[in-house]
Write a protein that binds this ligand. Sequence first.
Ligand code: NAD
Length: 343
Amino acid sequence: MKKFIVTGGSGFIGSNLVKYLLKKKCFVINIDKLSYSANPYNLKKLAKDKNYKFYKCDINNKDKIIHILKKYKPDGVFNLAAETHVDRSIENPKNFISSNILGVFNLLEALKKYIKTSSKKIKLIHISTDEVYGDIKKGTRSVEESSYIPSSPYSASKASADHLVRAYMRTYKLPAVISNCCNNYGPNQFPEKLIPKLIYNILNNQPLPIYGLGKNSREWIHVFDHCEALLKLFNKGKIGESYNVGSNQNLTNINITKKILFIAKKKSIKIGKNTKIKFVKDRPGHDFRYALNNSKILKTVKWKARISLEEGLSQTFDWYTKNKVFFKSVSKKLYTGRLGLKI
Ligand SMILES: NC(=O)c1ccc[n+]([C@@H]2O[C@H](COP(=O)([O-])OP(=O)(O)OC[C@H]3O[C@@H](n4cnc5c(N)ncnc54)[C@H](O)[C@@H]3O)[C@@H](O)[C@H]2O)c1
């Protein structure tokens, strides 16, 4: 049985990854400091699972991380612990420096120290984002060798972390792989992010706020596809390399909003009179377009996203409709600046 540490396992992607790995008959140790975006609801059914362990711990706590590494001797570590909301990073970048840069530095130091004393092989899969490449011109897509030109404190902190991981791979031969993924959607996502926010507002007769003219384009992947890619990267990703995890499914924010409205109507959800698209002042430094070239992972790891945007959005809509209690479980922690929702 393979053993994995998942950091940030109580957040959106992390909780989906924890469940995915358990389904694949792995033993999973979740290390999460339980910040505002962590949600016990995401993993509430796992408390009694004998293949699941949870540690409330900040990745900055190097000694505790070393202790957990020594105790479990995992085959791999998936690092998803991070501050993730761009708007919050614009308002208060300090937490992003602490978790996304210093946290990764401490995790790398812990791994470096552990590797010296352990004979068992280990591999770090460090989860990064397409945002590190910055704005991508129409007609082009970023490859793994493209320059890092981050625009927000969030993407700058993720870029810094990637550089640190690369430096540790090269200087200390730390066995790691970096994944740069596009925008995820699916169950368990904190509802300050675009898709759950739109679904919540449709279900609650609220306006649908869109930055600028809604022309910004994002590439969307279902979180289940991302989880599958991460396990494949553990099994087949070459140590020392980066991989773009993209779906090739780009859509402007206005078009994704229209798509979700269309899905809601098809499901006979009543659209209230307040539920109208509302253009709001653009985010400062807002990147216009992200787009990944995913040829490398397709060819060398033999992974391809399988869930179409239509199917994935429809299933996601159903999940939030059936799990309304999920929205209630996060209501007090919601960001109330800029596009923040009040629930
Ligand atoms: N959501 C996306 O579209 C997307 C796309 C590409 C990459 N990523 C990356 O994937 C990872 C997970 O993103 P998400 O959307 O699930 O985020 P999320 O905000 O839903 O979850 C992050 C989790 O990390 C935990 N955490 C934060 N700082 C921590 C620390 N210092 N120590 C321990 N735990 C800590 C939080 O408590 C939370 O449970 C992040 O690294 C993010 O940059 C996300």
